[in-house]
Write a protein that binds this ligand. Sequence first.
Ligand code: UDP
Length: 490
Amino acid sequence: MELESKAPYVLIFPLPAQGHVNSMLNLAQLLSLSGINITSLNTDHNHNRLVFHTDILDRFACFLGFQFKSIPDGLLADHPRAGDRFMEMFFDSITLVTEPLFKEMMLSGQLNSATGQLVPCIITDGSLSFPIDVGNKLGILVIHFRTISACSFWAYFYIQDMIEAGKHPIRDTMVTTLEKEDMDYFIRSVPGKETFLRIRDLPSFCRARNTTDSNLQQVKNMTRQSPRAHALMLNSFEDLEGLVLSHIRTKCPKTYTIGPLHAFFKSKLESKTTLLQSVSPNSLFEVDKSCMVWLDAQPLKYVIYVSFGSITVMTKDELMEFWYGLVNSKKRFLWSIRPDLVTQKDGKDQIPLELFEGTKDRGYMVGWVPQEEVLAHQAIGGFLTHSGWNSTLESIVAEVPMICWPYFADQQTNSRFVSEVWKLGMDMKDVCDRVMVKKIVNHLMEKRREIFMKSATEMARLAKESVSEACKKRHYHYNLDHLIKDIRLM
Ligand code: UDP
């Protein structure tokens, strides 16, 4: 191992949301294991949650040259942090509060390495636009890491062109007046996606009332920043998204695929000390492991795991439709049900207690589970998911077919790829009734199981292969090892 003060140094800055923090911390650990000094910059709020819910400080103490720093996100500690409205507010607050503070911290040397090195390279979440301007001003290389799929990155990228070509699908149309046929209209203006993407499969921001919607502008603008970065990293792999990646490389030639990152991380840990092997998840929530005991008592491939991730919210009616559908399917289910999953207009949490009581014999419901462990359990036969990219990759690696109920952002696109391109499950976007839930659960777990399992087994094999030594040689120029070499040359 090099002397810490001589090792290369990278500042890592994730968007403060569970999926992003998770991927970025996995990356930070991988880079650290390669002898790179790291500062992981999180928001004060998330840093406190990580410290509270995990053994993060003890765990990282064994990584040489690794330090945590934190920065305010401008929101009160008890501000709600779920739902698409929250994300909108959140970006405003980041621009107003975090951006100037970040500049200040950079200039005053507060983000120098633990051994006092100046920052030569920032790996920033590509959803945060300002580090690239700061980097350019200070002569620091900035690498964008988008924690979304390549297919949704490309859809975000092409929104601009669609708008300019007058092909924005719902331009000037009130979303509330959209007919079913309008939503099922096939998009033909995105290279590589000609035949199977419908309006309803585009990132949710395209459903905005008009093309000046602030969320739509925001994702469009931030995605168009990536070609300005030194390189782009995506948590994906060539065998999964090769075609779309070749399109992305026409705009961002240095696009590294470093996924599935959690599988990469696990493969690295296998050769390390037991201290590192007992790694716990990078969780912002309190993990309830009691579900593992319940799972141990269930028959093989008999349980459907249900989770809508860390940001999705739904109405109480939607929650009840899912619950009735699951109960009526007669399958057993494990449901990760965050306390803030259901928010009515009055802002009160509305998960009815009788739901937990009435489910006892067939289902198990907890606030937050160790998801990777759950998906790898032999009792799990399917995953009802919101199609967040981390959840999708974790399901692929664990060989678990999916039912997709996307909530927002990239999830609408991911779910279409899961069902139509990769054939790894079914997409029930924009539908939520108990009859449909029951039907689709039975299809996934019984009637069409064999078909999905065939593709799931093959894709899991490719995913595991992509983090193996053999594959690193095949895609030499675009993998994690090459990225590390790239960083060392900076
Ligand atoms: N997750 C978890 N326990 C749960 C639910 C989710 O550990 O009960 C993790 C999951 O493994 C994934 C992350 O939370 O890594 C969610 O990220 P994703 O990109 O799927 O969705 P998001 O939360 O960003 O919408």
